[in-house]
Design a protein around this ligand. Structure first.
Ligand code: NAG
Length: 196
């Protein structure tokens, strides 16, 4: 098992390609900094600036598990609404969700997280207007989404009026029909087959 994992890691390194990405999509004119916190042992990822109305794609190492939050320019660096990811996790699946567990008062940072293409199965976590039913509020909620895709989109900021105009076409109410949801252990990197 470990050898297989090593072989996969080496193959990924040889290809020299990004295993995983999150593209941060700013939905308003606010400049933000996104901060990343890996689980213990994960490589550090430097903070990135996401200017208003811009998209910035960040590469994640194979298997990276942790979270990120966005801080608006001029605001104190306080963890907010979290995007949580466990790339290439149990069974090779990538788990993701938007969590209000640390700071439900943040309504201006991370909004939604979903696979970059329709091949991702239409799973969405988070929403445009918090609070909502498709984000984590309690540790034992079952809201973690999964995908076989390695590229995710994370929307930042914006308001409901903007939502009418394009990218927000994905309706929060849809998501349950598309994908199986998992317990939070999976996005924290602690999922196991016995937990299913
Ligand atoms: C940013 O990404 C979104 C989602 O993929 C896309 O709809 C939009 O056109 C992109 N905007 C820019 C400025 O690249």
């Amino acid at each position: 098992m470990q050898l297989l994992k090593l072989a996969v890691l080496l193959a990924a390194a040889a290809l020299g390609s990004a295993e995983n990405t999150v593209t941060f999509v700013s939905q308003d004119s606010v400049d933000r900094t996104v901060y990343f916190t890996g689980n213990p042992g994960m490589p550090a990822i430097d903070p990135v600036q996401v200017a208003g109305r811009k998209n910035v794609t960040v590469e994640f190492p194979y298997g990276w598990t942790g979270n990120f939050y966005a801080v608006s320019a001029g605001a104190p660096n306080v963890p907010g609404m979290l995007g949580e990811v466990a790339f290439n996790s149990w069974n090779g699946i990538t788990f993701f969700d938007v969590s209000a567990i640390v700071n439900p008062a943040d309504h201006v940072g991370v909004k939604k997280l979903y696979p970059a293409t329709a091949a991702g199965g239409g799973a969405v976590s988070g929403c445009d207007v918090f609070p909502c039913a498709s984000a984590y509020y309690l540790p034992d909620d079952v809201q973690t989404q999964s995908t076989a895709e390695s590229d995710l989109i994370c929307t930042l900021g914006g308001n409901p009026e903007d939502a009418a105009a394009g990218i927000e076409a994905r309706d929060d109410g849809d998501q349950g029909e598309h994908a199986k949801v998992y317990a939070r252990e999976y996005v924290l990197g602690r999922g196991s087959p016995s937990g299913l």
